[in-house]
Design a protein. Structure first.
Length: 465
């Protein structure tokens, strides 16, 4: 196994500790077996998300110190806007405090009740923001993207046949835009190919439908294109990214991912009417258009992070570190989604825990077991997050995939710490037949996985005796 080499050295460290198993069990019960409510200082390895959890560089910290806190038209915004223009190329750059704020503002302008938004796969907050406007979030990923063991190199591709069927079923007038998520988070952090993006762009432009990217992991997607797609191996990451965005009409961006910061986002648009309407709402809810709910120092850190994320050596290590964790898990007999994605390894909970029915949330049971076993926090991407009760029959409709995402924060954990994660997963795999499912005690109507409380089915312990 070839070890990826870090293109950086550690300058500041943060103390972490592994609390006792008894403490972890008490905390797990108190949290209702929901890992979002486990205190971070009682978490040994935190793989809940790669969003806002990156370690910033010395250059980013220096940029923050130099941040211009002028209320309007700060020099930090000028740099922020120029940097985004140089990569994304869109006419209007609108800062927001994070990605879901950009989604909410944009969908509030672009969508009407009854509209339909096709995507390769909507992530949870994107889906919720679409549905909160009375619209339908429709997933159109290729069939290979729904098969965890399929080795297709671009499982984030959108199916043109499904996209065509959506327009035929709903009509062009009900499809105000198409989205493409790069990389495809809910589908395992899988990339979309440049060939597929070009085809989707041609399809949309022929029909007059705007194409909007969910761009939060655009650099990782560009890296996969460079490594896996014929004819792309000699291009820079920035060149590939520029071509990707030239094929669309705008993007939403959570800067907490590939901009390597802890807070922030933005919305880019070419359409003047959309940008005008969004900006009017932005002033009411986020702030003046040149800061959008962010401090000048945050704008400065985002601009610097966007420059750093284009570095090939950084991306080679970043993707290599995640692939290393995936290989360790496979060696331990843990079934994972293939091939390994960009920002996370996704354990196939359905394959690992076939004795737990989808309505008993095998992925959530596995996340609870990981914390109990080793103090590791991960997140379920399965039927707790995306399952629902059919409005007509009342029957439970499970998610198409039952996954546990091990999201690796950028520039944070060592290879030894990832090996610890793999060891813990291997121990759970060896005792998997004893792991019990969970049932819901409480769940809110929207984004229930954030606040739900659960318990082992029928009461008792998480692991059967």
């Amino acid at each position: 196994m070839e070890l990826p080499l870090e293109p950086y050295r550690t300058k500041v460290v943060e103390r972490i500790r592994l609390v006792s198993r008894d403490e972890r069990l008490a905390l797990l019960k108190r949290a209702g077996y929901n890992l979002f409510w486990i205190p971070s200082d009682a978490t040994y390895i935190d793989l809940l998300t790669d969003s806002g959890t990156s370690a910033m560089s010395d250059t980013q910290w220096a940029a923050m110190i130099k941040g211009d806190e002028a209320y309007a038209c700060s020099s930090s915004f000028v740099d922020f806007e120029a940097t985004i223009h140089s990569i994304f190329g869109y006419k209007h750059v609108i800062p927001t405090h994070q990605g879901r704020a950009a989604e909410d503002l944009f969908f509030g302008v672009a969508l009407r009740p009854g509209d339909v938004v096709p995507n390769n796969t909507h992530f949870d907050t994107t889906r919720a923001n679409v549905e909160s406007k009375g619209a339908v979030a429709l997933d159109c990923v290729i069939d290979e993207g729904l098969r965890p063991d399929c080795p297709h190199p671009f499982k984030g591709n959108m199916s043109l046949a499904k996209l065509e069927a959506a327009l035929a079923q709903y009509g062009r007038e009900r499809v105000p835009l198409v989205m493409l998520t790069i990389t495809n988070n809910s589908g395992g952090g899988q990339p979309a190919s440049l060939e597929n993006i070009r085809s989707v762009s041609d399809f949309c432009r022929q029909r007059g439908v705007p194409l909007i990217f969910d761009a939060c992991r655009f650099a990782e997607n560009a890296f996969f294109i460079r490594e896996r797609e014929p004819g792309q191996g000699n291009r820079s990451i920035q060149e590939i990214a520029q071509e990707i965005f030239s094929l669309g009409d705008g993007c939403t961006m959570s800067a907490k991912k590939d901009a390597l910061v802890n807070i922030g986002g933005f919305l880019c648009l070419n359409r003047d009417d959309w940008a005008e309407a969004v900006t009017n709402q932005l002033i009411l809810t986020e702030g003046f258009p040149t800061y959008g709910g962010l401090a000048g120092r945050d704008l400065a850190a985002i601009a610097q992070g966007l420059r750093e994320v284009l570095d090939l050596e950084y991306l080679r290590y970043r993707i290599g570190q995640v692939a290393y964790l995936g290989e360790l898990l496979q060696n331990k007999g843990v079934p994972i989604l293939q091939p390994v994605g960009g920002h996370a390894v996704y354990i196939d909970a359905k394959a690992m825990l076939p004795h737990i029915a989808p309505e008993c949330f095998p992925g959530q049971a596995l996340t609870a077991a990981l914390y109990l076993e080793a103090g590791i926090r991960a997140v379920e991407i399965g039927s707790l997050m995306f399952g629902r009760d059919d409005a007509v029959t009342g029957r439970f409709v499970p998610a198409p995939l039952e996954l546990v995402r091990l999201a690796v924060p950028r520039r944070v954990y060592s290879l030894a710490q990832l090996a610890y994660v793999a060891e813990a997963c291997g121990r759970i795999a060896a005792a998997k037949s004893r792991l019990r499912g969970l049932e819901i005690e409480f769940a809110p109507p929207v984004l229930r996985h954030f606040r739900a409380r659960l318990r082992p089915v029928g009461g008792g312990d998480l692991f059967a005796a």
